[in-house]
Write a protein that binds this ligand. Structure first.
Ligand code: MV4
Length: 446
């Protein structure tokens, strides 16, 4: 097992990882930017090192600073959390060269799944259903036009390097194809320096269902059920839950087995997520794989009782999975609301500033993952998520009631937050009936 882990991240996920390490008897090194000197993660870790100026590019994304800090503190592994360098294969390769274990998948797997067009073909070969679409990557708008005709409209144009909505366009008719394709491609070149595009048939108002998987270095792969992440605004998730009420035990078994097959086809190691779209006829399609721990991992922890961060660390240390698929049982229901410092009245503009008053709800079945405290100054340089409020109850109805109670108890003063907006989502009749899809926010809140 590792002796010391450097956490290459900040905020609540850094705190989450520090706590897992402490429980495992592993020493921790926090890294922080000049804007984060008063941050909770720097206070909670055994050691803390400043890695550069406020801008992420100069600190949390600065590979040389991070590797120097790791060598200087004699840490033997790096946990990247999510975002920042968590899916950067170059960083993984650099870690290897420095004899530092990267707690995540190998570099080649990140690259293989990072190209979404190539990932599609890997999945087709493994017998994983994908959305009908293009086999070959497309660079030329004239080629795209012809392939789109064969697939059938509506069409989704996607960037092979994309994800999170960047370089993506819906095309409803052939007349609109050229401009949309070229705009998406331009966006992809600007964002990812990559003009590789692919096409899929557009699935109308699907649910976003993702399966959590764990894979060790010895070929064992299991799944931990699904999360329903359909409640999103501009590709930012707002509410996540597990299990999904759209998934029967039979469908869970089938999709779970498919997710395991997908992970094996990718040569996957560590914790990962297989994203599916689920259409109105309950047909499911692989869309992409996330090669990191995710923000919403806590809801899976609540319904399975499995600590995903500890599993990640054990896997990276070379230990075989102690859990077998039949050991994984889904109990009860968990919901997470992401609490952001932002102003819903001003188009959800981020709202950094000082937390003047703070009270977190607690009690049976309530979990708050956060790195803010009374008096804390939220810096303007990073993500606006300030807390993840999670609840667990025996069924969905109980979990919704508990979340409404917890949101009512939550006090965050000094900055604008989306707490009222979360109330409105949880109180929405369609949400309460479990009638959700990726158009939910647009349908009821604009
Ligand atoms: C789609 C789709 C419909 N059809 N692909 C959005 C981000 C990226 N991960 C994939 N996305 C989508 N791909 C096809 N062929 C709809 C979406 C989509 C979406 C997916 C998951 C969650 C929220 C979403 C919101 C809008 C669009």
């Amino acid at each position: 097992m590792f002796h010391k882990i450097l956490i290459a991240n900040r905020g609540e996920i850094a705190v989450r990882i520090i706590r897992a390490c402490r429980e495992m008897g592993i020493a921790t090194v926090a890294v922080y930017s000049e804007a984060d000197s008063d941050s909770l993660h720097a206070m909670l870790a055994d050691e803390a090192i400043c890695i550069g100026p406020a801008s992420s590019l100069d600190s949390y994304l600065n590979m040389e600073s991070l590797l120097s800090a790791t060598v200087a503190t004699k840490a033997d592994a790096i946990h990247p959390g999510f975002g920042f360098l968590s899916e950067n294969s170059k960083f993984v390769t650099l870690c290897e060269k420095c004899h530092i274990k990267f707690i995540g998948p190998p570099a080649d797997v990140i690259d293989r799944m990072g190209n979404k067009s190539a990932a599609r073909n890997t999945m087709i070969e493994a017998g994983v259903p994908v959305v009908p679409g293009s086999k070959e990557p497309i660079y030329d708008v004239r080629v795209g036009r012809e392939v789109a005709k064969q697939i059938g409209y509506p069409i989704m144009v996607k960037a092979a390097s994309g994800g999170g909505g960047k370089g993506m366009r819906i095309v409803r008719s052939p007349q609109e194809f050229d401009s949309n394709f070229l705009n998406a491609q331009r966006e992809s070149i600007n964002s990812f320096s990559d003009d590789t595009m692919y096409l899929e048939h557009y699935v109308e108002s699907p649910r976003h269902i993702e399966f959590q998987i764990l894979a060790d270095e010895h070929g064992n792969v299991i799944h931990l059920g699904e999360r329903d992440c359909s409640i999103q605004r501009r590709h930012q998730k707002l509410v996540e839950e597990s299990p999904s009420i759209a998934i029967s035990p039979e469908l869970r078994k089938e999709m779970g087995e498919t997710a395991v097959r997908a992970a094996k086809a990718a040569g996957y190691v560590n914790a990962g997520t297989i994203e599916f779209l689920l259409d109105k006829n309950n047909k499911y399609y692989f869309i992409e794989m996330n090669t990191r721990i995710q923000v919403e991992h806590g809801v899976t922890e609540l319904v399975t009782g499995i600590d995903l961060i500890k599993e990640q660390i054990r896997i990276a240390a070379g230990e075989p999975l102690q859990l077998k698929q039949e050991d994984v049982q889904i109990h009860g229901h968990a919901i997470e609301c992401r609490i952001n410092a932002e102003n819903p009245a001003k188009n959800f503009m981020p709202c950094p500033g000082q937390i003047t008053e703070l009270h977190f709800p607690g009690g049976n079945g309530i979990r708050v993952d956060s790195a803010i405290y009374p008096g804390y100054q939220i810096p303007p340089y990073y993500d606006s998520m300030i807390a993840k409020l999670m609840v667990y109850d025996k069924d969905r109805e109980g979990a919704i009631q508990k979340m409404l109670s917890a949101l009512g108890e939550l006090v965050v003063e000094g900055v604008n937050t989306n707490v009222e907006f979360q109330f409105e989502i949880l109180e929405n009749e369609a949400f309460q009936e479990g009638n959700v899809n990726t158009d939910f926010i647009e349908t009821y809140f604009s």
